[in-house]
Design a protein around this ligand. Structure first.
Ligand code: CP3
Length: 356
């Protein structure tokens, strides 16, 4: 039997392409530096401290929920957390983002990676999920997440941020056997990690393939698709919405849909209506406001929000979000304004009445 929590969440209904009273909205990176209460906590704790302490992680997850009328919470963690247990040490360096101490450079490096057990080594994330679920009202869904194998591999090989992904691509091209081994290890860990999050109470999970848009379609198909596909296939039995997100993916969307996901996350470089049309109406869509529009004056921002809603054309299965993570400079008033505009401007009396 379906739980009441499931029935009440507008976000979960939209993921399942069921009728909703209005379009649900949440923001990638909605917990973070644009919130003064987050910056306050960061004065006395590192990012990794926050992630590793379930009560603090739960607190940070709930911060945006207290301020805004959001339809989903996303557990506070980071896609790089599994690296440590695999034997890949890293830190978040100030102003630089993630820094991997010894990037992978050879097939031998891949061999030494540990197939760690997320339920044990990342138990703090699972505990944070349990705390949040206890505190969250049933109308607000809790989303779990993980990095996709390509995006994780790109950090492990590049050693940090990259523009061209030269090292990662060269590794992929010149060491196909080691690449396969790396992707299989990452996919195995990711399935176990997401399954454990679902079992702990995550009601949907998002796979972040943030940097996969650096690949052409042939390379995506050969070097990435089989591994992402195996993750979605193995999570299918949990019957929770699976969100598949990447950026720069305009030419990859059909292949991403083939790889899997009940919801496809779009970035802001595509027209939502056209992308949805091409993908087919059997998949839900999440996106796709440009995060930079969130910094602008409210009349411009409102126009951009209405454009996204009009691209979605009140079709079932749209979840409003940004095309990438919210920026630290985002004014708080703009966030609450967007949440309210999305709810007000998308109110669908007819669709819901049809169901009564
Ligand atoms: O969405 C949320 O509110 C949940 C929290 C979350 C974080 N990281 C916390 C975090 C999520 C969903 C992520 C995912 C993540 N992490 C991704 C995929 C999403 C994307 O944006 O494409 C990636 C690529 C990472 C790796 C990562 N972590 C980078 C590149 C950085 C530095 C970026 C920056 O802006 O400095 C991080 C650090 C990080 N992870 C922060 C937060 C809130 C920065 C805040 C801080 O230092 O306190």
């Amino acid at each position: 039997m379906e739980s009441t929590a499931r029935d009440e969440s507008r976000f979960l209904k939209a993921c399942r392409m069921e009728p909703v009273d209005c379009t649900p909205v949440w923001f990638m990176r909605q917990a973070g530096r644009y919130l003064p209460e987050y910056r306050e906590l960061r004065k006395s704790h590192t990012l990794l401290d926050l992630c590793r302490n379930p009560d603090l992680a739960a607190e940070v997850t709930l911060q945006p929920i207290r301020r805004f009328d959001l339809d989903a919470a996303i557990i506070f963690a980071d896609i790089l957390l599994p690296l440590e247990g695999m034997g890949v040490a890293f830190e978040f360096a100030k102003g630089e983002g993630p820094v991997i101490h010894r990037p992978l450079r050879s097939p031998g490096d891949v061999k030494t990676l540990r197939l760690m057990e997320p339920a044990e080594e990342l138990s703090f994330v699972l505990d944070a999920i349990r705390v949040v679920r206890r505190e969250l009202s049933s109308s607000i869904a809790l989303i779990g997440f993980a990095g996709a194998p390509f995006t994780l591999a790109s950090y492990m090989i590049e050693g940090g941020r990259s523009r061209a992904f030269q090292e990662a691509k060269l590794f992929m091209y010149s060491e196909p056997g080691a690449w396969h081994e790396l992707m299989v290890k990452l996919a195995t860990i990711t399935v176990a990690y997401l399954a454990a999050q679902i079992e702990a109470g995550a009601q949907a999970v998002q796979l972040f393939d943030s940097w996969v848009g650096c690949l052409g379609p042939e390379d995506y198909e050969q070097y990435v698709l089989p591994y992402s596909q195996s993750i979605f296939e193995r999570l299918d039995r949990y019957e929770v919405p699976l969100i598949h997100f990447g950026t720069g993916t305009a030419t990859l969307l059909d292949l991403m849909k083939k790889a899997g996901g009940t919801v496809i996350g779009l970035d802001f470089r595509v027209r939502l209506g056209e992308a949805w049309q091409n993908l087919g109406r059997d998949v839900a869509i999440q996106g796709n406001l440009d995060p930079i529009a969130m910094l602008g004056p409210q009349d411009l921002l409102r126009g951009k929000v209405l454009d996204v809603l009009s691209e979605a054309a009140s079709q079932r299965g749209h979840i409003f979000n940004l095309g990438h993570g919210i920026l630290p400079q985002t004014p708080i008033e703009n966030v609450s304004a967007v949440v309210n505009w999305v709810h007000q401007e998308s109110r669908r009396v007819d669709d819901v009445q049809d169901e009564l």
